[in-house]
Design a protein around this ligand. Structure first.
Ligand code: TYM
Length: 323
């Protein structure tokens, strides 16, 4: 089975990115052919700073490697280095209904915030479809917020196949049963998002900051540590995070904290996170001293990705009558 997924180099990776996406990547690379990308062309669809972007691309590579992506098992590369992504995106735009693009929740939300949204933001899901289809991926591990984009990718694959002949597998989404939507620590009604840093707990967060953020996290006015998404979204989110990092089922945690107040529950969660995130911090520090190695991983990854991308494009061009 071939897997593709990507992460935008738009600043620090948070535990939502890790739990929803990267932790799945790490498991999948053991049993599937995995291709992971730093999707820099997606990151330029909103206002950005070019100097920061190039640093963020390197940081995203460090993050992938520090989280356990093994370049011996997975292909890791930077999207813009493989020109076929943009070429295929253009070709796929000719079979993508405009109405579908206008209906995308992320486009609607982001364009509302920006007011003068550009065409790149509207076309963003076509580029995402092109990322996936270029490698003929059969499955795509993501967080829940990307599910709609995956549905559009399926629509585009089917439209292309029916117009030009069987070419692309129709990829399925892989969502984690729990952890596919981690909520913001300061607002459990909103997902943890890089665009709202105050609600984020970062993967490389220092112990003091972990303590501070967890203790200050927003919960409800009740007293019981109990999973109840409707009435206790804050506590439920913290329980989910606790469960995924400790490997203990939520039921077991509820029992453990049956007689505890929120404050001692949070203290224990902070301790768990400090321990669980320590290996990521250590690995990151080590990788930051091995810049040549990190850049070499990306170069080798691009070389391998290019072979697959070029072969798909030759087929697509031929099928579309462009050859
Ligand atoms: P991005 O960079 O916003 O997020 C990277 C991954 O993290 C997941 N995620 C979350 N999961 C759980 N809880 C959260 N609060 C949370 N926030 C983010 C995202 O779902 C994603 O899996 N469009 C994509 C990047 C992309 C891509 C692709 C993904 C471009 N091309 C092709 C898959 C396949 C994005 O913006 O992810």
């Amino acid at each position: 089975m071939r897997i593709f997924s990507g992460i935008q180099p738009t600043g620090q990776i948070h535990i939502g990115n890790y739990l929803g996406a990267i932790s799945q990547f790490v498991q999948l690379q053991e049993k599937a052919e995995c291709i992971f990308s730093i999707v820099d062309l997606h990151a330029i669809t909103v206002p950005y700073n070019p100097q920061e972007l190039s640093k963020n691309i390197f940081d995203a590579a460090v993050c992938y490697l520090a989280s356990g992506i093994d370049p011996e098992k997975s292909i890791l590369f930077v999207q813009s280095w493989i020109k076929e992504h943009t070429e295929l995106a253009w070709l796929l735009s000719t079979v993508t209904p405009t109405g579908d693009l206008l209906r995308m929740t992320q486009y609607k939300e982001k364009s509302k915030q920006l007011r003068d949204a550009k065409a790149g933001l509207l076309n963003y899901p076509i580029l995402m479809a092109s990322d996936i289809l270029l490698y003929k991926a059969e499955a795509v591990p993501v967080g829940q917020d990307q599910k709609q984009h995956l549905e559009l990718t399926r629509t585009v694959a089917k439209a292309f196949n029916s117009r030009f002949g069987e070419t692309f597998p129709v990829p399925r989404v892989i969502l984690r049963e729990s952890g596919d939507k981690i909520m913001a620590l300061n607002n459990p009604k909103k997902k943890m998002s890089k665009t709202a840093p105050s609600g984020c707990l970062y993967l490389f967060e220092e112990p003091e900051a972990i303590k501070k953020k967890v203790m200050a996290s927003v919960t409800d006015s009740g007293k019981k540590v109990k999973y109840d998404l409707e009435k206790k979204p804050g506590i439920s989110n913290l329980l989910t995070i606790y469960s995924l990092f400790s490997g203990k089922p939520i039921k077991e945690l509820e029992k453990k904290f049956k007689n505890s107040n929120y404050s001692s529950f949070k203290k224990s969660l902070a301790e768990q996170l400090i321990v669980s995130l320590e290996p990521f911090r250590r690995k990151k520090k080590e990788l930051l001293t091995r810049e040549v190695y990190v850049r070499e991983v990306l170069r080798q990854g691009a070389k391998r990705a290019k072979v697959i991308a070029a072969s798909t494009m030759a087929e697509v061009r031929q099928k579309m009558g462009l050859a």
